[in-house]
Write a new protein. Structure first.
Lengths: 405, 405
């Protein structure tokens, strides 16, 4: 008998029929003698519909009120699932973010959890209830409703699992685990039975949208074993756990790619203190997230500076930098939207040399030019021409011995 | 400068355009220097849609969970109105039932308010916020969400007005006040400028669906002046207030009629203790509300007993009584669905005799047969054939001097 947290995403609760399937799955775990806490997202599409509605009211809806509006999505699915379980004669109770004492900071729309009371949940569990919690939501210390940002239900689930010391946190989703590469691009991709928190963090940051990155940070911090698995099958998925000796020892555990990237280059920028601040402050003011930044020194006290942003922010960022270029006297500004980022990730890199050179050699072997490079302790990313993205994934997958037999 | 509570019903917030109109109306009161607390219903139709959804899950949804589900309706409109006011640069804040400390008993679906903290609302008002409260909802002492039953937002509004000692509670609705009769039936009906709590209580009970009856009880208990007026015009409506000397002195203030009634008669029932209990217990068990009950004594220790129920409960009640009749040995059971109730209401009756005889004479003058009679201190109701309902309203309206000139 274990204490299990089960999180179901929007696709898994998209309609009453699917909510019924979720109820059956939850009931099965409960019947096996487990204590179960369920965390739900809103029905697929509902959060977007609510945001659309708010945007019809005004282009910049008040963030506090937007959170009150969005919180109804998860409140609805939590009530419906608890109702469904009750109708099947299971003792279920819904609980909302504030009722579960998910205390966050006041940063509406992307609040961070600062404390979880969890007493109410523990009390309900002790009475052998199935607890159905609305994900994505919490409240600030003054009792205002807050939301945790896109994918926030993952974080709700992991945070609750940590707070109640659950044995495992199951994330049910529309994929059946973490793959060595996107199976749509690389047919030889295989499902990993386990992956470390650090690798998952890198891969989440690289566009593998299986888990919200903050939920992985949380899982790592509190050492919560996370099981990513399919809502639609009984098969085991991928365990996201602490790196340890029992884990499959791969040098590289995954190849990821992300086409949602574009670069902007400022040529012949005066290489002196304060210039970088002038380039990036207006970008930050416009709430544009910058991914990679690379600076090459040229002769004559001049430098070239390149950075990448997501494609949706490209035009705006380019416009801003054209203005900046005039002010700082850069020679030229240009951009390129037809690029992609390909990355290899693996904790094995810490102890193995030669990963970078193998990556560069493999890409060169296919005549794929590398435009930019960035690295972390367990990841190497290359910016290449967008049209080569799929090819790059496949050849790297093979080169690093990830192809299934 | 006053402290005003303004309640807007489902039709007034049916879509974003109407919510904008509500915002403009609220803003106007605020600009005049008033402190304003707004209470909202869900968008017209939304509560029904949510109930339908719950009924798709199960025929008898868990009541606690149904309340969690239904509460999303008012949460949505409160967030949207606050957002709209903010976008117009007004300092608005939404507040939900539990946040406003609307403490109710645990009777999910038709909870009664037992306490209102109101500190949070007062605090927000002191900071010159427009407070936008979700109506219809509260929470029990353990923090579970409860709802107040159909029309419950009226009660929320009056209760809040009482708790914060508001100068007036404006109920904005799709009619422009309380009329001496239904204007659809009696074209000479006129709008009353004022009506007493007691008269309003009688008229609400008689099917004038302008105010939830419990809101009137609340208003009477705490002496809250209620102004019933139209959302769609600036015109003054009807004040529902304590009976006092300044009030227009009419003997009768209104003629109401209700076609949603049907009668069931048990003939030749043995007139002995316990028989009435045998007749009405199974009706109560079936959750059927009985309106009028009349018993006529016959000779030979036998009696006839007639009662009325709403038309939707008629077949079920008849079926039940056929069974009962066998058990208690009544000679015959029969029913009649083609009846209506016509009532005259007025506090003036307390000091004027002759109202009843005038009513009976007037109906007799049109050859309208009276099937049943029931009275209260300030009301006389007659059951007549349904087809005469409109005629009866018109002739009584004229007879009691209510026709407008």
């Amino acid at each position: 008998m274990s204490l299990i947290v089960q999180k179901f995403g929007g696709t898994s609760v998209a309609d009453l029929k699917r909510i019924r399937s979720v109820a059956e799955r939850v009931a099965k775990s409960f019947d096996q003698g487990n204590d179960v806490v369920v965390i739900l997202s809103a029905m697929a599409g509902v959060t977007d519909d609510l945001i659309d509605m708010a945007n019809q009211v005004t282009v910049l809806p008040d963030k506090r009120e937007l959170d009150v509006l969005l919180a109804t999505g998860e409140q609805t699915t939590a009530a419906l699932l608890a109702m469904t379980l009750q109708s099947m004669s299971y003792p279920a109770k819904s609980i909302l973010g504030y009722q579960a004492e998910i205390i966050t900071n006041c940063n509406h729309g992307s609040a961070r959890i600062v404390k979880i009371g969890a007493d109410r949940i523990k009390e309900l569990i002790e009475k052998r209830n199935i607890v159905v919690m609305a994900g994505f939501q919490g409240c600030d210390p003054e009792g205002n409703i807050t939301t945790l940002g896109r994918g926030g239900s993952d974080t709700s689930a992991v945070a609750i699992a940590a707070a109640i010391k659950a044995d495992t946190c199951e994330i049910f989703t529309d994929v059946d685990g973490i793959y060595t590469a996107d199976p749509n691009v690389c047919e030889k991709a295989r499902k990993l039975s386990a992956i470390s928190y650090d690798e998952m963090l890198e891969m989440s940051g690289l566009g593998a949208k299986v888990l919200q990155i903050r939920s992985v940070e949380f899982a790592k911090k509190y050492n919560v074993p996370v099981h990513v698995r399919s809502s639609f099958s009984e098969e085991e998925g991928t365990m996201v756990v602490n790196e340890d000796s029992s884990m499959e020892r791969l040098i590289v555990s995954g190849i990821t790619h992300n086409k949602d990237t574009a670069r902007i280059t400022l040529k012949k920028v005066l290489d002196q203190p304060g210039v970088a601040a002038k380039i990036f402050s207006p970008i930050a003011d416009a709430k544009i997230l910058v991914d990679m930044i690379i600076q090459n020194t040229r002769a004559e006290g001049l430098t070239d500076l390149t950075f990448t942003v997501s494609k949706k922010d490209f035009s705006k960022a380019l416009e801003i930098e054209k203005q900046v270029a005039k002010e700082i006297g850069a020679e030229k500004v240009f951009g390129d939207e037809s690029i992609a980022k390909v990355s290899v990730t693996g904790v094995g890199m810490r102890s193995h040399s030669g990963v970078a050179s193998k990556m560069f050699t493999t890409l060169a072997g296919e005549n794929i030019n590398i435009i930019m490079i960035s690295t972390s302790e367990i990841r190497i990313s290359c910016i290449i021409e967008e049209k080569y993205a799929e090819l790059a994934v496949r050849v790297l997958h093979k080169a690093f011995g990830l192809d299934k037999d």
